[in-house]
Design a protein around this ligand. Sequence first.
Ligand SMILES: Cc1cc2nc3c(=O)[nH]c(=O)nc-3n(C[C@H](O)[C@H](O)[C@H](O)COP(=O)(O)OP(=O)(O)OC[C@H]3O[C@@H](n4cnc5c(N)ncnc54)[C@H](O)[C@@H]3O)c2cc1C
Length: 431
Amino acid sequence: MRWKTNTYSGWGRALTASGQLARPERQSQVTPTAPAIGNRRSYGDAALNSGGRAMDMTRLDRILEFDTRTGDIHVEAGCTIGDLARVLPTRGWLPRVMPGTGFATVGGCIAMDVHGKNHHHAGSFGGHVREITLLTPDGPRVIAPDDTSIWRATIGGLGQTGVIASARLSLMAVPGRTMKVHERRAENFDEHIAMLDASQATFCVGWVDAAATGASLGRGIVEEAETSGAEAKHRTKTRTIPFDAPGFALSAPMVRMFNTLYYRRVPADGQFVIRPIEDFFFPLDRVHDWNRLYGKTGFHQFQCVVPTNERYALRGMLGAIAEAGAASPLAVLKRMGPAESGHLSFAKEGFTLAVDFPNRGATPELIAHLIAQTIEANGRVYLAKDSLSTAAQARAMYTHLPEWAATVNDIDPERRLETDLTRRLALRTAI
Ligand SMILES: Cc1cc2nc3c(=O)[nH]c(=O)nc-3n(C[C@H](O)[C@H](O)[C@H](O)COP(=O)(O)OP(=O)(O)OC[C@H]3O[C@@H](n4cnc5c(N)ncnc54)[C@H](O)[C@@H]3O)c2cc1C
């Protein structure tokens, strides 16, 4: 295994690191002396280690065992959710929780305790992991939910308890390879929230027009879906963004125009469509390297969750975003159910808002304002997307930080697994 010096970034490309990367091809080559990383689909600095080493786990991607009767599967940590979503439905199964990109690895999904479009029913990824083989600085360990302290520090634990080598997951049964999706317009924020709140569907997500103002503030499209065995008419072709786009590509007038057309795509009385599983769960993956649309300076995503009784704080945030004219068309509202699998898990019962912003002059100031509003509303921002929070803000949002820090410092006293994110937010000194 060779270590090569590289400059690399998270998905948002606004933060970069220079350091050594290696891509082990065999489990025997993996040592817990450096943080493990997946496909770097975290937007900020979670998968960066400036001046140090990081181990890219993506070549360790085998399915080790699969019981087609029970839907229990044992996979290496570099296996991607997209590969599982492609292969498993032909045998009648699917991962229970899938994030919005199929490029996320199982290791990355555990370390961020990712959520999907079914959080209100199924909770987050960690709730469906039965066992983890963890390579700690003290040697390999097989851990299960009963190992409470190390388990809660590992699920959503940013890879700080060790390298996740493999995991056993419980899958969900599915009738086929498609989704039956009901798309409806929501005319404004209140209607949007009410529709998400009332939905009984297994999967539910809202696209929000973050450029809309006045009576249309918070309008969007709510998608409710169930797994299906029906035939989809077609799958949209995959495309690639071949170069960094010029600044005007995401200017405010272009975004407003795009969003209006996108909103009107759905008829006023709604529509049912059958879509392939990947099209519904990973719509952005169809455009490879879409992060280049934001140009060389990259972009930030702000994602927060606020408790149900503070949901109207999101209306204030959308107002500030629309007024700044800074958002891209990528903005999502979702309902979240109860569940906190890990000490640093992001999800909490309430509503989550995620918005992408080109990394231009006033963006950091706007996001700082949104983070402050989140804390005021007793919410938190998602560390998989964050590049701008401060250490003090992280302590205010993640109240179980001291328990997490005590456990990981015990396991990795020399702090070999630290990343740029844990250093920026001083997470491991939050005791
Ligand atoms: C288009 C898009 C849509 C997204 N939608 C969602 C969504 O709906 N819900 C959601 O929750 N997230 C979402 N995300 C975020 C993404 O799912 C997470 O950031 C996920 O962690 C990325 O996985 P990765 O394999 O790329 O991990 P990386 O980004 O490479 O790493 C993330 C963290 O995991 C750790 N890690 C990775 N592998 C291992 C391992 N084997 N052992 C120990 N630690 C490890 C790293 O050290 C780092 O701390 C989205 C991202 C994109 C780009």
